[in-house]
Design a binder for this molecule. Structure first.
Ligand code: G
Ligand code: G
Ligand code: MN
Ligand code: NA
Length: 256
């Protein structure tokens, strides 16, 4: 198809870009993590969001090389920012994964290689997966996650609560972090159901020894609720949108 050809061209022409969104410590307000988000800079003033091309990128397998590039570039930037004193030493970098990547037979080896090449401490890389990935091919995914855990990389469940949620996988897969889906955070102060779900996910995470991130925090009321319920980190437009490289640097400079 036309779009398929355009994506191959975009990859060859290095039209993919990374945007960055901070995650803030609920205690102290410092930056604990940075999530990396893929964009397609199709032309000078045309930025395409992943929702418009990610599934095709997966279908044609191009997500594997693009994903490797995302991983390597993210680790490289984190190390560069840390050296320049722009981010705290313990600030992690969070990279989204597709199922297609994690079921590659040598995925954990690839991650290990990238960490070595970029001299990144494994515990500073967080890999975000969705609940749907856990349903793919349970055995392959489980094996890959165990290998990643052995490497010392952290695993986060993204959009938690919206997928095919099951408590059993929280027991059987090595998971370090739950990211509460923004649809619950959005109306946590006006919807009793969302409030109950958010406070329950926070308790669940903590009872399982996991960290918990509130996503999609857009206002002080949601933030207040997350503070009161002892969420660990927050992310959302209230703090910053995902920003292109130079704007992100300007943002972190205002923080220090
Ligand atoms: O940035 P935006 O809100 O448009 O992101 C939409 C979705 O795209 C998010 O759910 C996110 O998980 C996914 N996404 C963003 N960047 C990447 C990436 O580098 N790799 C993969 N696999 N998914 C990504
Ligand atoms: O599914 P995932 O969490 O990876 O998606 C991340 C995307 O969520 C970001 O690319 C960004 O566009 C979007 N996002 C981040 N913060 C907010 C927010 O506060 N409100 C809304 N509506 N979207 C957000
Ligand atoms: Mn994410
Ligand atoms: Na999410």
């Amino acid at each position: 198809t036309g779009l398929e050809q355009e994506l191959h061209h975009a990859y060859k022409n290095q039209e993919f870009e990374l945007y960055f969104q901070p995650q803030i410590a609920i205690n102290g307000g410092h930056m604990l993590a940075v999530e990396v988000l893929l964009r397609w800079q199709k032309s000078a003033n045309e930025v395409i969001p992943p929702s418009d091309f990610l599934s095709l990128l997966e279908d044609i397998g191009l997500i594997v090389p693009v994903g490797n590039w995302v991983l390597e570039t993210s680790c490289m930037y984190r190390e560069e920012w840390r050296q320049k004193g722009l981010i705290p030493d313990e600030c992690t970098i969070c990279v989204n994964l597709s199922a297609r990547q994690i079921i590659e037979p040598d995925f954990a080896d690839t991650v290990k290689f990238i960490l070595a090449q970029t001299k990144m401490p494994p515990a500073l890389l967080e890999l975000e997966i969705t609940e749907s990935i856990l349903l793919e091919d349970q055995e392959t995914v489980s094996e890959a996650l165990l290998e990643l855990q052995e490497l010392g990389v952290l695993v986060a469940i993204d959009d938690f609560g919206t997928g095919y949620s099951s408590f059993s996988y929280l027991k059987s897969f090595p998971v370090d972090i739950l990211k509460i889906d923004r649809s619950f955070v959005y109306d946590v102060c006006s919807d009793a159901g969302s409030a109950a779900i958010v406070s329950s996910i926070i308790s669940l995470a903590h009872n399982l020894g996991m960290q918990v991130v509130g996503e999609g925090v857009e206002d002080d009321y949601s933030l207040r609720y997350l503070i009161d319920h002892e969420c660990d980190r927050v992310q959302g437009f209230l703090f910053s949108e995902p920003l292109p490289y130079s704007e992100f640097i300007a943002y972190v400079e205002t923080m220090t």
